[in-house]
Design a binder for this molecule. Sequence first.
Ligand SMILES: Cc1cc2nc3c(=O)[nH]c(=O)nc-3n(C[C@H](O)[C@H](O)[C@H](O)COP(=O)(O)O)c2cc1C
Length: 504
Amino acid sequence: MSEPPLSLSQSYHERTKYDPATIMQRGRALDFSQQPQPFKEYKFGTYYDLKPYLENPEAAQSPMGRLSRLLYYSYGLTGVIPQPEQPIYLRSAPSAGGLYPAEVYLVAREDAMLPPGLYNYQVNTHSLCHFWSDHVWSGFEEACLWHPALRATHLALVITAVFYRSAWRYEDRAYRRILLDSGHLLGNIELTAALNDYRAHCIGGFLDESLNQLLYVDRAQEGAICAIALADLLKVDQNLPPTQTALPSPITTNYPSIADGALLSSLHQATQILTAQTTYSNDVPSPAYQDKYNFPFCQKIPTQSPPIDWGPAGQGLAETLHTRRSTRQYTGAAISLEDLTALLDFTYHPQHYAEQALEGHSDFFDLSLIETFIAVSDINGLEAGCYYYAVHAQELRQVRFKQFRAELHYLCLQQELGRDAAALVFHTADLKAAVARYGDRAYRYLHLDAGHLGQRLNLAAIRLHLGVSGIGGFFDNQVNDVLGLPADEAVLYITTLGQPARRR
Ligand SMILES: Cc1cc2nc3c(=O)[nH]c(=O)nc-3n(C[C@H](O)[C@H](O)[C@H](O)COP(=O)(O)O)c2cc1C
């Protein structure tokens, strides 16, 4: 029997794989003078300066102060690399290649603390540009398919992507990195919301055309990726239960041949929801979470760990967000098993952190579709090799025992980070199963969730004084072959962990 045709997202994934046989043909010199600006400019609008609220600790507790902190610690400028022509600004969220394709918008309802309408978060000046002052909330609710969290809330964020900022460098494969970046940002938003008495309710299913029109974005250049209702926890009626986060799109299997260079936009189109075929339910359906892989007679290492201590009122988290940087070089030295298990605890078990003023129920889209494998090069007390992390049983299960350093260097496109890290965390998914559940939009949810997990790993590592960096470029198929990952598991993302020689 012949195989059913691949959905567009599966086809995109196949076609954007890096492969040793073709990678050299992809290489082209980049003209950095042509690098797109990572900031959006508005010709008209009223500006609200958010800096004074950050600088004055008393003002920080005011409604505007809480919003100012939420935005700053999620996506604000936290670093600068001087350059001869113009400096490179770094943000509290990491971004593949430092290209920052994500934009953040604020939507305010009639009786919010700001005049109603639409705002763009101007990262370079830490201000909000009020570019549309009409009443948009009911249109926003409609575009978000009447997500239940929007009934009670008065503020919401929307993350969009300006595709070319990343496609300029990464071409069609940029869509993967754009979504991973946005997932990192979502991780920050969720945590900083909790620190500032907000609860971020993620809304992954929305009518794309309607939301893009509402935001006045140029749909050829930019598109909404995710909306977030910001529930004010200081208001009784906004203390809402967790809600459903994801809705399916159709599956596109009947598509013409797509030229290289047009794949990114074709996939983005295919992941859209254009008509209200399904809506949100008030109850969060509990997906059948279970550990997918068990291997007969394999060695199992328990990973239960005391929670990471984020300090009084989670203040250590704000410091971590402020100082976080991706490690540029590892020493190659070991990390401890205690550190690894603490990282896993924070990343996959948010419920252990509700007592530390953090969100105890993370709004992932669907973690039951994502698996975790860890390549261990040097962890004290753990044999080198590849392990499956069984999240629910909280144990590592051996897949292969071997020192993979040389292979990891090669798999990560010769990046030394891969060779010198103490461990590499691989997030993977069965794309066919994910598409069967969420249509082509599954591609968004999987990469957003992988980025979100990556950000939790990032923050936990920095808190434990470890080094950490994402890796978005790898030889896809060879990762499965070398590490012994099941062939159905598409690799979404790699996070490297180790002893930092140099952060930046
Ligand atoms: C999705 C993603 C992929 C990344 N891939 C790589 C990579 O392949 N190699 C690398 O050295 N850094 C990688 N990084 C780290 C970025 O280069 C880094 O975040 C960016 O330069 C900004 O610096 P900062 O994280 O220190 O703020 C990645 C980051 C993200 C979020």
